[in-house]
Write a protein that binds this ligand. Structure first.
Ligand SMILES: O=C(O)CCC(=O)C(=O)O
Ligand SMILES: [Fe+2]
Length: 513
């Protein structure tokens, strides 16, 4: 290729990378809101219902839902205050959302056969029951290396399992699940079997109490391969501290439910649960939350997004059609910004339906350009991992974690195994040798060709074994490569962005239930 064409191509790649990066920065990974609690009254769901409502209930400035979106989108404005036309006023009245006081009923662990009830916000008369609830909570554990661990220096909280309590609180009725679904699981751009929405399943009631209630930085263990997110609903109970801090790719979002805000409202946050998050120390009072797991579902009533109307698509289309761009074919790589559960046998079948945020946008936009788009797990080997040496006329090679004499692999009948049982099957070794040669050749070709990186691509997500040592400590790249043996291909890929969730992807094994 002429150097002029190379320079032009490099510029196009640069622009593509910048666009993908800008899209990543804009992508939303969390959403939240506040819904005021008012005493029970007919629900203003449609216009005709409005007439049975008392005027003061409608005009109450607090009777308006407010929402806060992670990263830049803030819906906390009270639109009803800024409405000018009658029509809009009517609409805001119709859409005023309110929540009934939240009742929790539970079986007492301290007094078998006894069950109690407490209402939030909690009045003085119910204070003894509230104290009882605190007593009946068990210490909350957390998942580490595939096991439940109790460590109060990491997580200090009480919990009731979902089988031990019930509540009148319904996140569907308040539109929370719909809102979370539209943001975290937007419907695919085309009508396909991958179309999806979200379903919320109650998981725990948690209490974080002063002086030291907290949950240090973690990612949630997915409860199934369908899980994409978590929903946390903070019950009205005034406390200080206890902010929920979410982090994703160098960005941070804080949900602060402390102080008087929580006196008479429920406050909620929904987020992709592979994003790191923590609950800061509660310094006064009790912070009570209901947590829900959010699962991708195969149905949705939402309208479809038209990917061709997205800015990223338009840019992609014009850059890709530049004359001479990738004339001889190239694999363009995009590193997913989110982690996906891959310990279940059929984890791959959940994708692309469960793609999150910017990953979904990039996928859909490339698809719309009519390029072939595939989702693959990948390991970026260093040449280091494919070393060779010679000793006493025998050539040895190192493939990711074991030495072996090359001749042994080259010449033997592929149906026999090596005498040394620690060796892999010969056939696999021969495959590895071919890959090794390919790796070296591609690596040579990619030298000086910016951004071109030789990687091993798996043909599908391979279930991860949860070892005794846990995924994070136990599973190395070499072990993964061995698991992938039959399904690996080695390619030179031009990456649009830096590696994303590499570490987290390794530890992000879904618990099979
Ligand atoms: O209570 C919260 O805000 C979040 C708790 C949490 O991270 C969890 O239960 O996994
Ligand atoms: Fe969590």
């Amino acid at each position: 290729m002429s150097s002029l064409a190379e320079t032009a191509e490099r510029q196009i790649f640069k622009q593509l990378s910048e666009f993908v990066e800008a899209e990543s920065k804009r992508s939303v990974y969390a959403i939240g809101g506040t819904i005021p609690i008012t005493s029970p009254s007919p629900h203003p769901i449609c216009k005709s219902d409005e007439t049975v409502l008392k005027n003061d209930e409608l005009s109450s400035p607090s009777a308006t839902e407010t929402n806060t979106l992670g990263e830049g989108i803030d819906l906390t404005k009270d639109d009803s205050k800024t409405c000018t036309t009658e029509a809009v006023k009517d609409l805001s009245a119709i859409h005023n959302l309110r929540c009934d006081p939240v009742i929790i009923r539970w079986d007492s662990s301290a007094n078998p056969n006894a069950s109690y009830k407490v209402t939030f916000p909690c009045n003085d008369a119910e204070q003894p029951n509230f104290e009882q609830l605190l007593k009946d909570c068990q210490p909350a554990t957390f998942g580490k290396g595939g096991k439940d661990v109790l460590d109060e220096s990491y997580r200090k909280a009480g919990k009731l399992d979902e089988t031990a309590f019930c509540s009148n609180f319904n996140p569907y009725a308040l539109g929370i699940v719909d809102t979370a679904g539209q943001i975290l699981a937007p419907t695919n751009c085309r009508q396909t079997s991958g179309t999806h929405g979200v379903r919320a399943e109650l998981y725990k009631l948690n209490v974080y109490s002063s002086p030291s209630g907290k949950f240090k930085a973690h990612v949630d263990t997915p409860r199934s391969k369908h899980q994409i997110g978590s929903l946390v609903v903070c019950l009205p109970s005034v406390h200080e501290g206890g902010q929920l801090v979410l982090r994703h790719q160098g960005r941070e979002t804080v949900f602060d439910w402390s102080g008087d805000k929580g006196k008479n409202a429920i406050q909620w946050a929904a987020f992709y649960s592979d994003c790191e998050h923590e609950v800061l120390e509660v310094t006064a009072g009790h912070r009570l939350t209901l947590t829900y797991n959010l699962y991708a579902t195969c149905w949705a009533n939402n309208a479809f997004v038209d990917s061709e109307a997205l800015e990223l698509y338009q840019t992609l289309k014009s850059l890709l059609s530049e004359p001479g761009f990738c004339k001889n074919g190239k694999i363009i790589g995009y590193n997913c910004a989110h982690a996906y559960p891959h310990s279940a046998d059929d984890a791959s079948s959940m994708l692309p339906a469960t793609l999150k945020g910017v990953d979904k946008i990039v996928y859909e936009c490339f698809l719309a350009t009519k390029l072939e788009v595939v989702l693959r797990p990948c390991i970026d080997f260093e040449l280091e991992e494919f070393r060779e040496y010679e000793e006493e006329n025998i050539r040895y090679a190192w493939y990711t974690d074991k030495w072996g004499p090359i001749e042994d692999w080259e010449d033997r009948d592929p149906n026999t195994t090596l005498p040394d049982e620690s060796h892999y099957f010969l056939k696999q070794r021969q495959n590895l040798l071919k890959r090794f040669a390919l790796f070296k050749q591609l690596d040579k070709e990619s030298k000086g060709n910016d951004g071109l990186k030789v990687v091993a691509l798996g043909s599908r997500l391979i279930p991860l074994q949860i070892t005794d040592m846990g995924l994070d400590e136990g599973a190395s790249e070499a072990e993964l490569a061995r698991e992938w043996d039959e399904n690996i291909s080695i390619k030179a890929v031009k990456w649009l962005n830096a590696g994303g969730h590499r570490q987290a992807a390794l530890v992000h094994g879904a618990v099979s239930i």
